[in-house]
Design a protein around this ligand. Structure first.
Ligand code: DX5
Ligand code: ZN
Length: 219
């Protein structure tokens, strides 16, 4: 089980400090949320800042593109050293082609689903992708409440992955804390994203440790 802190809830005036904290922590990946104000009603960070952040991040970068036409930016994210590049199902008319382009660029390919998008729509593309990101909030903002229907989606997706004999990872993003993280671990999630729960905690390093213990099934 992997943990990917999201820096969306960080203090953007002290981003380097939070990244260094995550670098020192037990977290597995660093989750970057990219928003365009079109696909989602918010704008987060852009390419010049990501380039500078990438230079100091020493964890695999898990980049979540909440933007229209994500295929335009594949080479930039590859150049930044992204490990996993995730695009939204809802933004890609030609998803199969975009996934192939991400893999040809040398990255792992993830596909994210908004809360209303059924997992069954991925049946035919599942063998081609490395990860499915189940959104457990409507994308666009940190600090929102977990939508419980994500649990059933994860269970259905797990069944689909096993039925096809695949090892596709399942990541969940939105409203994850110690309680919802445990429920997600029980449902079969492989990667937990957590923003507010970590960055707004009194002791983020300790919260990361606790979330890692949940994901390892120790709690
Ligand atoms: C939401 C982003 C999330 C966000 C999660 O659109 O994709 O990654 O940072 O934040 P929390 O954990 O606070 O819900
Ligand atoms: Zn995200």
């Amino acid at each position: 089980m992997l943990l990917a802190p999201s820096i969306l809830s960080a203090n953007f005036l002290h981003l380097a400090k939070d990244i260094e904290m995550i670098n020192r922590s037990e977290a597995d990946w660093l989750h970057l949320d990219i928003m365009d104000g079109v696909f989602v009603p918010n704008i987060s960070i852009g390419l010049p800042l990501i380039e500078q952040l990438a230079a100091i991040i020493n964890k695999p970068m898990d980049s979540h593109l909440m933007i229209v036409e994500p295929q335009k930016f594949i080479s930039q994210f590859r150049d930044f050293g992204t490990y996993m590049l995730t695009v939204h199902y809802e933004t890609c008319t030609h998803l199969h082609r975009v996934v192939a382009q991400i893999k040809e660029a040398g990255m792992k390919a993830g596909v994210a689903l908004n809360p209303h998008t059924p997992v069954e729509l991925l049946t035919d593309i599942l063998p081609d992708i490395d990860m499915v990101l189940i959104m457990s909030v409507n994308p666009g903002f940190g600090g929102q409440s977990f939508l419980p229907q994500a649990l059933n989606k994860v269970s259905r997706l797990k069944t689909m992955i096993q039925a096809q004999g695949l090892s596709t990872l399942i990541e969940v993003d939105g409203g994850i804390n110690l309680q919802t993280g445990q429920a997600m671990a029980d449902a079969g999630v492989d990667v937990l994203v957590a923003g507010n729960a970590i960055l707004k905690a009194e002791n983020p390093l300790e919260t990361i440790r606790q979330l890692k213990r949940i994901t390892a099934g120790i709690l």
